[in-house]
Design a protein around this ligand. Structure first.
Ligand code: SF4
Length: 217
């Protein structure tokens, strides 16, 4: 079986096991997903959703974020880690969206990467989950499990992203990241993967002993 065939079998199997796997950040507008994604760095999505439930009521549009003071934004998101840097990034990002993009979140990678606080992971999340443009989000779950599966030998997210784009048909790019999160929470846990109940064990390089185990840890 080629790696492409194996990757497709894995994603089809995981999709069957986690049919509801989707973005777990709450948002209504694309700019809200952008802010939620900034908040999600080193913070759980559940915590972010608690914060944004109030935040998006108290700051209902880009102008209210762009004109907020650093102090008040810090206060509004302080239950989140790295809140000072995140407050700074959120305000600056919303200012650029208003000044340069007429309040619209751009739909191309290069423009997204120019926004304060936005890296490839968030840019791909926006492209895929808000605009439906095929894109692979590589977070810690995705990087770790993709290596264990033997679908990449890299540790750098951009290289893992490239490997996945080469191995998977476009129609699965958006789902892959969500399936990795679901699988990482349920079975392929960071502390100890539960390989004996894993539906893709027979397709997994780590489980069949051909992977460099150290690379996946
Ligand atoms: S077989 Fe084990 S290491 Fe491989 S994906 Fe499943 S839980 Fe993770």
């Amino acid at each position: 079986m080629t790696d492409n065939e194996r990757a497709v079998k894995i994603v089809e199997t995981l999709h069957g096991n986690y049919p509801q796997a989707d973005c777990t950040l709450d948002f209504e507008h694309t700019w809200q997903l952008l802010i939620a994604a900034i908040l999600a760095a080193q913070c759980t999505d559940a915590r972010v959703n608690i914060i944004t439930a109030d935040l998006f009521v108290n700051y209902p549009d880009l102008i209210s974020f762009a004109t907020a003071t650093q102090e008040e934004m810090e206060q509004a998101i302080k239950s989140c880690g790295l809140f000072r840097n995140k407050a700074r990034a959120i305000i600056a990002c919303c200012q650029v969206l208003l000044d340069k993009y007429d309040g619209e979140v751009p739909q191309d990678m290069d423009s997204l990467l120019e926004l304060p606080g936005i890296g490839r992971k968030i840019a791909n999340l926006i492209l895929g989950d808000s605009y439906g443009i095929p894109a692979v989000v590589v977070d810690t779950h995705c990087a770790r499990i993709t290596r264990l599966l033997g679908l990449t030998s890299h540790k750098e997210p951009p290289k893992i992203e490239q490997d996945l784009m080469r191995l998977l048909p476009e129609k699965w790019w958006i789902s892959w990241g969500h399936l990795m999160v679901a699988h990482g929470r349920e079975i392929c846990k960071a502390r100890q993967p539960v390989c004996n109940i894993c539906p893709v064990a027979l397709l997994c390089s780590y489980a069949v002993g051909t992977a460099d185990g150290a690379a996946g840890k």
